[in-house]
Design a protein around this ligand. Structure first.
Ligand SMILES: Cc1ncc(COP(=O)(O)O)c(C=O)c1O
Length: 406
């Protein structure tokens, strides 16, 4: 069995590719290119591996899926059915999560921009925590909570130690004093958690260590003001599951555990907000070569409007029409936006020969591609969910028009 891109649900079989239990050639009969495929079994495996590894070392973790990685309802439903909570940034996601059935007690929500409607609905429904990036929001949350006769739990996002980081609260003498006075005076809020999310696609222990260190420093500073949140939230940032093997994840989690023990933070409840790890390698794009040049450039019928660089995916490209040919010849891959900037990969190892109309498989496109896709005026791709031999179309560009949340 020859796996493609290290993904156990992508197997070379004769001259075809088995996608879970269905052949690519069959799937090509269902839609014109380009289209997306999501692998339900891969998402479930990822969720289970992640929770199993963390639970083997921690008895105090809670996991919240970061919807922004992929907010397609069918994807969120799968993750909900695995018993995971939700980490949300806005009202459209909150409405979706509640509709799917995430209990408010398993929802944490917030970000740099909190609207009145978002705060009202969050408090009213009783979400577990509102995440605050700016302490000036505390007054508004307190006022709304008082009106609704509730006590709202708050998570403070602390600015990470990352160079040029701008997101979250910077704990200075001034902000600490202000915060302490807000917490004392606002009776309808309670600071329960502090969060530090370092960055996405973290591939070194060092980055995870810096994140824990940020939280340890924050605890130290907050306790100086008499504030002792019960929980810490380590955010997300884990790479695609096929990029970070289970063994590497085990090593990483052990390292996080050691760091937390080191800083005496291990007895807190630990929250995690993975996005990419759950869905990144569950997503595939099936595209077609539309043109080529003499100097080994190929152009696909999909580009950065759907598969944006901003998504930071670990992209892998395969000539599916010649899947058994060696992929060892440097080739550059462009998209169809009429700008020289639409480059998907430069000097990527591809087949020696390639032709127009051949099919290209792109892997690891499950996270942030749709989120950061834009409205360049080409049609949107169809989207299919595959589980075993079953194929379900979950987005039909002609009927559904758009996958945005409203
Ligand atoms: C606060 C926060 N938590 C979690 C995530 C999810 O990150 P990832 O998909 O890299 O796990 C993000 C992503 O930007 C984030 O900003």
């Amino acid at each position: 069995m020859k796996r493609i891109a290290g993904n156990p649900y992508l197997i070379k079989e004769d001259n075809d590719i088995l996608i879970d239990s269905i052949s690519l050639s069959k799937l090509l009969g269902r839609s014109k290119t380009p289209f997306f495929i999501f692998l339900e079994n891969k998402i479930r495996d990822n969720v289970r591996t992640f929770t199993r590894v963390f639970k083997s070392l921690f008895d105090n973790i809670k996991v919240f899926y970061s919807f922004k990685a992929n907010f397609l309802p069918e994807i969120c439903k799968i993750i909900h059915s695995e018993g995971i909570g939700a980490e949300l940034v806005g009202l459209p996601e909150l409405k979706l999560a509640l509709e799917i059935g995430f209990p408010p007690g398993k929802i944490i929500i917030g970000g740099p921009y909190l609207t009145k409607e978002l705060i009202e609905m969050s408090v009213d429904k009783g979400v577990k925590e509102i995440i605050v990036y700016n302490i000036n929001y505390l007054k508004q949350i307190d006022t709304i909570a008082e009106k609704l006769n509730k006590i709202q739990n708050i998570c403070l996002r602390i600015r990470s130690s990352k160079f040029e980081s701008k997101l979250g609260i910077q704990l200075t003498n001034k902000s600490l004093i202000e915060l302490a006075s807000f917490v004392k005076n606002y009776k309808n809020i309670k600071v329960t958690t502090i969060l530090s999310h370092y960055t996405t696609q973290m591939n070194s222990l060092e980055q995870f260590n810096k994140n824990v260190k940020t939280l340890a420093n924050a605890f130290h500073l907050l306790s100086g003001q008499g504030l002792n949140p019960m929980n810490i939230n380590l955010g997300g940032g884990f790479p695609e599951a096929t990029i970070m093997s289970e063994k590497q994840l085990e090593k990483l989690v052990l390292n996080i555990k050691r760091q937390l023990v080191n800083y005496n933070l291990d007895r807190k409840n630990i929250y995690l907000e993975p996005g990419r790890y759950f869905v990144g390698d569950s997503g595939l794009i099936i595209a077609k070569i539309v043109s080529k040049t003499d100097n080994r450039w190929i152009f696909l019928d999909i580009g950065n409007h759907i598969c944006p660089r901003f998504a930071k995916c670990s992209l892998r490209f395969y000539n599916a029409s010649q899947i058994n040919s060696p992929h060892k010849y440097k080739t550059s891959i462009g998209g169809i936006i009429p700008t020289d900037q639409d480059v998907l990969a430069k000097d990527y190892f591809f087949t020696k020969e390639f032709n127009e109309e051949e099919i290209v498989l792109i892997t690891n496109v499950g996270a942030y591609t749709l989120t950061f896709s834009n409205r360049f005026p080409y049609g949107l791709p169809n989207i299919f969910l595959v589980k075993n031999k079953d194929v379900k179309q979950i987005f039909n560009a002609v009927i559904n028009h758009d996958f945005s949340l409203v």
